[in-house]
Ligand binder design. Structure first.
Ligand code: NAD
Length: 355
């Protein structure tokens, strides 16, 4: 006799074939059964907004490979049909559906458990993250209005820069809609952690997978504050190493922007970091214990309303925001500088919606 688990797996597989109709693919004249996976494993429904971009494409590909994902919605204002058709040929469990343009945003969002947002314009040489503010602020506002309407309980992973301002913007949009839950809104600072682990491992001569560097504060310049005194495994750096590492971690984004010389900012390492972070959120949603990552969230760790620090992820999103732990003098100085800049960026985001 069929077990309950087998039966529900079969039902979820069948219903994923039937619902919802893939409007975009049919609109392109492509036959649905030729351009999407046939099965649907039990798992979470994830949307990527900005899925055709430099980050969006590799991020979508890596999420298609994630066994915790059963349905993957790829939304963009351009090129999402091509990306969807391409990724849907991968023989992994997640069913992929594409959505193109504002008129399909609601379909893209309905029923999602996790929404990942890499939509927006990237930094060009000479631009600061704050230069991006006006364009990306408007994009994030529109997308978050859609989330408030169609999947108010979804966990949101916000990648669009400047994260120090876009997270407060998203919070204001959700507050206006009456759906704000600080546990479910997370600014993605994982790339700073990934870089910190890599650069510290280089200095220590270790495998980066064995290194854990907490990075707190925010996600721009001096607001990125690596806590080198709390590196695991425990180690001691001299003053020169601390300066070198702190500067390199804070300017890792600029290193890539300059090397790409006009062709955009970090995309591949960002997609990797975003997927590592999204996977942690999904494992938290599944109920796994002890899932701890750094993220920029609503916080009482400092006097600022948002701050990045280690958080424990669980079934309801951010279940605990960890304090900063003991800081040395260098880090205390860095914290003061970070807070000053962060305060202005947060205020800029809040004012964008309240103006
Ligand atoms: N958090 C981080 O650590 C981090 C790191 C790198 C880049 N970023 C940011 O991520 C964002 C994307 O970078 P990218 O290199 O992928 O840029 P990109 O220009 O290659 O891609 C952005 C995508 O967003 C889409 N888009 C624009 N407006 C949209 C809208 N209204 N709805 C949906 N999609 C829309 C574009 O069509 C494009 O496909 C930028 O803001 C960048 O600064 C963040």
């Amino acid at each position: 006799m069929e077990s309950v688990a087998d039966a529900s797996r079969r039902i979820s597989r069948i219903s994923s074939h039937l619902l919802p109709p893939n409007i975009q693919m049919e609109g392109c004249g492509l036959r649905r059964e030729n351009c999407r996976a046939k099965g649907a494993a039990p798992g979470f429904k994830v949307a990527v907004l900005g899925a055709a971009g430099g980050i969006g494409q590799p991020l979508a590909m890596l999420m298609k490979m994630n066994p915790l994902v059963s349905v993957l919605h790829l939304y963009d204002v351009v090129n999402s049909p091509g990306v969807t058709a391409d990724i849907s040929h991968m023989d992994t469990g997640a069913v992929v559906r594409g959505f193109l343009g504002q008129s399909q945003l609601e379909d893209a969002l309905t029923g999602m458990d996790l929404v990942i947002i890499p939509a927006g314009v990237p930094r060009k040489p000479g631009m600061t993250r704050d230069d991006l503010f006006n364009i990306n602020a408007g994009i994030v506002k529109t997308l978050c209005e859609g989330i408030a309407k169609c999947c108010p309980n979804a966990i949101v992973n916000l990648i669009s820069n400047p994260v120090n301002s876009t997270v407060p913007i998203a919070a204001e949009v959700f507050k206006k809609a009456g759906t704000f839950d600080p546990k479910r809104l997370l600014g993605v600072t994982m790339l700073d952690v990934v870089r910190a682990n890599t650069f510290v491992a280089e200095v220590l001569g270790l495998d980066p997978r064995d290194v854990d560097v907490p990075v707190v504060g925010g996600h721009a310049g001096v607001t990125i504050l690596p806590l080198l005194s709390q590196v695991k495994p425990p180690c001691a750096f001299n003053a020169k190493e601390i300066d070198y590492l702190t500067n390199r971690i804070q300017n890792g984004g600029t290193e890539v922007v300059e090397a790409k010389a006009g062709a955009g900012s970090a995309t591949l390492s960002m997609a990797y970091a975003a997927v590592k972070f999204a996977d942690a959120c999904l494992r938290g949603l599944r109920g796994d214990a002890g899932i701890i990552q750094c993220a920029f969230v609503a916080s009482q760790v400092t006097e600022l309303p948002f701050f990045a620090s280690k958080v424990r992820l669980g079934r309801s999103g951010v279940e605990e925001v960890h304090p900063l732990g003991p800081l040395n003098e260098y880090e205390r100085d860095g914290l003061e500088k970070a807070k000053k800049e962060l305060e202005a960026s947060i205020q800029k985001g809040v004012s964008f919606i309240r103006k």
